[in-house]
Design a protein around this ligand. Structure first.
Ligand SMILES: NC(=O)c1ccc[n+]([C@@H]2O[C@H](COP(=O)([O-])OP(=O)(O)OC[C@H]3O[C@@H](n4cnc5c(N)ncnc54)[C@H](OP(=O)(O)O)[C@@H]3O)[C@@H](O)[C@H]2O)c1
Length: 363
């Protein structure tokens, strides 16, 4: 069975959307672009990597930064005929020369063989993100999908390192108390049984997927790294809303109350950059938890009010219970990878401006 349906044949023809080669690219080849004049920035020149779920929020930024570094990127999307999933990718700098789109689905075994073939690095970001969908819809694509992608990697001799987008969902939920004096770090693992009690299918799906991935990587001797971001915010590249940025839109778009919840938050650019650092830094290993600040929703509302005093923001918490406590998350390991965390207020401002620009709300 042909399980891989490439959007186009990657070699030797060019895809239909790539116009005839410019003089420059004819001379310099696929990796040779204007940026080759800036060798210090072009750590990816001549290297091919792949990104799964490229239409998504995090993956779109990852593809953008990879192209900017000179990488050739093979990217999977579920529906290459949907312009909402592809146009923003094809418009990126370097896309014409070095971005190749393929169709692949997490639930089709072998679907990613063709994608990872010839790649040095594999960034597996695709996984359904919904904080409300039933567990059954999330676990199979997350768990079986991850093993499916890793299976393809194990068969591809070109693959040197796999960077898996996990989540703090696979870190925080183990029954240990989280209070202001507690410091969470990479040694924390969510407990699948405890996760099931949270009744949150997304948390279960990410925990089971990371657990299975580590088991697989160990068995196969695969060089794998996980990136475990907290709630990611910052500008969207794609035209559609994703689940984490939607949390901010809900606040600025007329919500009467804010949830009694405390999250870690992190900027999209730091997250995309961490993926690349995890691939590029030879000594990188294990997991990297990414949290810029841990704050209660009331603090997010306060920051938004300071930034936009005329915005109609919720005044009240959704319940009368004490506020969920904050906790600390160590940034030590992430900083050792060269990650600069962007302050929460900057990320919030960029998120709100971007949502306004894209017409998701007006004020
Ligand atoms: N955003 C956050 O706050 C956050 C925090 C921590 C970790 N993460 C992780 O980061 C990754 C990306 O999240 P995101 O926020 O960028 O989400 P997103 O915008 O919803 O992107 C998810 C991607 O997964 C793809 N996908 C879902 N089911 C699929 C399937 N069956 N086959 C192939 N592709 C499938 C989607 O494809 P379509 O475009 O075709 O739907 C989409 O490209 C996920 O692994 C998520 O768990 C996100």
């Amino acid at each position: 069975m042909e399980t891989v349906l490439p959007f186009y044949s990657p070699r030797p023809e060019r895809p239909s959307f790539i116009k005839s080669a410019t003089k420059e690219s004819e001379i310099l080849g696929e990796a040779g672009t204007r940026e080759t004049n800036q060798p210090e920035k072009m750590s990816g020149a001549g290297k091919t990597v792949c990104v799964t779920g490229a239409s998504g929020y995090i993956a779109s930024w990852l593809v953008k930064l990879l192209l900017a570094k000179g990488y050739t990127v093979k990217a999977s999307v579920r529906d290459p005929n949907d312009p909402k999933k592809t146009e923003h990718l094809l418009a990126l700098d370097g896309a014409k020369e070095r971005l190749h789109l393929f169709k692949a689905n997490l639930l089709e075994e072998g679907s990613f063989d063709f994608l990872v073939d010839g790649c040095e690095g594999v960034f597996h970001t695709a996984s359904p993100v919904s904080f409300t969908a039933p567990q059954a819809e999330l676990i199979d694509p997350a768990l079986k999908g991850t093993l499916n992608v890793l299976g393809s990697c194990a068969k591809a001799p070109s693959v040197k390192r796999v960077v898996l987008t996990s989540s703090v969902a696979a870190v925080l939920f183990n029954g240990k108390p989280r209070t202001p004096d507690v410091v969470v770090d990479e040694t924390w693992f969510s407990d699948p049984e405890f996760c099931k009690e949270t009744q949150n299918g997304y948390i279960v799906s990410k925990t089971l997927a990371e657990e299975a991935a580590w088991k697989f990587a160990k068995e196969k001797g695969m060089d794998m790294i996980t990136i475990n971001p907290s709630m990611v915010i910052g500008p969207l590249l794609q035209p559609t809303l994703n689940s984490s940025v939607e949390l901010i839109l809900n606040l600025v778009n007329g919500a009467q109350t804010f949830p009694n919840y405390t999250f870690g938050w992190v900027d999209i650019k730091a997250v995309a950059n961490a993926h690349i650092q995890a691939f590029e830094v030879p000594s990188a290993s294990g997991r990297y938890v990414l949290v810029s600040s841990v704050v209660h929703y009331s603090q997010i509302v306060k920051n938004l009010r300071e930034l936009y005093p005329t915005l109609n923001l919720p005044e009240k918490c959704a319940d009368d219970e004490p506020y969920m406590p904050t906790f600390q998350v160590s940034q030590e390991k992430a900083k050792s990878l060269g990650i600069d965390f962007i302050p929460l207020e900057v990320s919030l401002k960029e998120t709100v401006e971007n949502l306004k620009e894209k017409g998701f709300f007006s004020f």
